[in-house]
Design a protein around this ligand. Structure first.
Ligand SMILES: Nc1nc2c(ncn2[C@@H]2O[C@H](COP(=O)(O)OP(=O)(O)OP(=O)(O)O)[C@@H](O)[C@H]2O)c(=O)[nH]1
Ligand SMILES: [Mg+2]
Length: 418
């Protein structure tokens, strides 16, 4: 295990790393680990398009069939979702009935569209009034660009299960090209309306501000990501994992640590899941593992594990949001072995390795031993002064530098709907 600790320590910038070049990298990594990130996420789209359904399945352990009981959202349903110890999503599920939409675009405009990190816009593929849906989308996007031009935009073409399988690709592609066209239109509208709109943005020089734009500036161009989704299959997990991926703090550190662990235990693949949603936070694949022909295996595993969790709940009589299992093993004869275990407070880890009992057992022990190097996933690390107190007389053990939930507490409820 000492080799593993050395590799992992270097990756995390652990306190016992004394080399000059590593020291600054370590300091940067440490500084990054201390941050708690809050992100305002707007979930918008026409009434009945499936926004609350998705949110309930991903974050509140609903089964797809339970969503039939959901009523229409009145105004804005605001929830604070703790995603890992150092990321909180302020999820604004905005009821999509026309009267509400008009209100967001007029009276509540600044309130709704300011400080947005991510907009998730949901289109119901079965909607009869596509033109009207697209017009609303353009209005919403214009308001977003006006108040939060750095926001990321994800469009979900939803309820794809209602389209015949052989038609899906064609229908989806048509809709995507329409959405892209309308996105450009929205950007053009905002460009035309400048510079008045720009005056309402953050003044130049404030952090995150890119300053005034020239009329020819391309900074308003939106990096749009579009996904085909349905609550009835794993596509939902693919889309939401992509949305979450860019928001996860310390991603570079997580990826480096995961790669070090993967190499140390000679794994084929490692996936790190958030414990409630089972969304993939990060993954590492060996060269051998990259030959795996199943490109959708990550979201499939999210879906399978979530279903497994629900099944455990059903047969043990425990609530669905309780922790349902700590360990899951699967040995596929001479092909591969796999285990999923509770990793840190906020995560599960899946490890896929070549077959062999000894290899399997030692990988499990090593993964358990590597836990302490991922403690930062459970909250910001304690400041260096407190950390050195913890280390006093201790000698730089793995746990020494991480302080669990330090400083992570009550929600401020930023921007609760009026
Ligand atoms: N077939 C199918 N039905 C879905 C899907 N997603 C959601 N639904 C159904 O669509 C209906 C409306 O879903 P909601 O999630 O309440 O819609 P909403 O977008 O939140 O609506 P508002 O709150 O009024 O804005 C529910 O009966 C869901 O079961 C899907 O992927 N496929
Ligand atoms: Mg709703």
């Amino acid at each position: 295990m000492s080799d593993l600790e050395t590799t992992m320590g270097a990756a995390a910038g652990a306190p016992h790393d004394n080399s000059g070049g590593h020291a600054s990298a370590a300091a940067a990594a440490q500084a990054q680990l201390k941050k708690v990130k809050k992100q305002k996420v707007l979930l918008m789209g026409k009434s009945g398009s499936g926004k609350s359904s998705m949110r309930s399945i991903i974050f509140s352990n609903y089964l797809a069939r339970d969503t039939r009981r959901l009523g229409a959202t009145i105004d804005i349903d605001l929830s604070h979702v703790k995603f890992l110890g150092n990321l909180t999503l302020n999820l604004w599920d905005c009821g999509g009935q026309e009267a509400f939409m008009e209100n967001y675009l007029s009276q509540q405009r600044a309130h709704v569209f300011s400080n947005v990190g991510v907009l998730i816009y949901v289109f119901d593929i079965e909607s009869r009034d596509v033109d009207r849906d697209l017009a609303t989308y353009v209005n919403i996007l214009s308001a977003l660009v006006q108040y939060s031009r750095e926001a990321q935009v994800f469009v979900l073409i939803h309820k794809m299960d209602l389209i015949q399988p052989q038609m899906r690709e064609e229908v989806y592609n048509q809709r995507v090209s329409l959405v892209r066209k309308k996105t450009k239109e929205a950007v053009a509208i905002v460009r035309k309306q400048k510079p008045e709109l720009l005056q309402q943005q953050q003044p130049p020089g404030t952090p995150g501000s890119t300053g005034p734009l020239s009329p020819s500036s391309s900074e308003l161009d939106i990096d749009l990501q579009v996904f085909a989704t349905s609550i009835w299959d794993q596509s939902l997990y693919k889309a939401w994992a992509s949305i979450i991926h860019d928001l996860v703090p310390n991603l570079a550190v997580i990826e480096t640590q995961l790669a070090s662990l993967g190499v140390a235990i000679d794994a084929d693949e490692i996936l790190l899941f958030e414990r409630t949603s089972f969304l993939v936070v990060s993954k590492w694949t060996s060269r051998e593992g990259e030959n795996n022909p199943y490109g959708d295996r990550f979201e499939r595993m999210s879906n399978i594990l979530k279903s497994w969790k629900h099944t455990c709940s059903k047969f043990t009589g425990t609530p669905r949001n309780a922790e349902q299992f700590s360990d899951f093993e699967y040995k596929m004869g001479p092909s591969f072995s796999l285990f999923v275990m509770k990793f840190t407070t906020n995560t599960y880890i899946l490890v896929c390795i070549p077959p062999g009992e000894a290899r399997f057992n030692s990988a499990k022990l090593n993964v358990a031993a590597a836990r302490s190097w991922f403690k930062f996933l459970d909250g910001p690390v304690v400041p260096p002064s407190a950390s050195s107190q913890m280390l006093a007389g201790g000698g730089g053990g793995a746990m020494g530098s991480y302080g669990g939930y330090g400083g992570y507490g009550a929600e401020t409820g930023y921007g609760a709907p009026e």
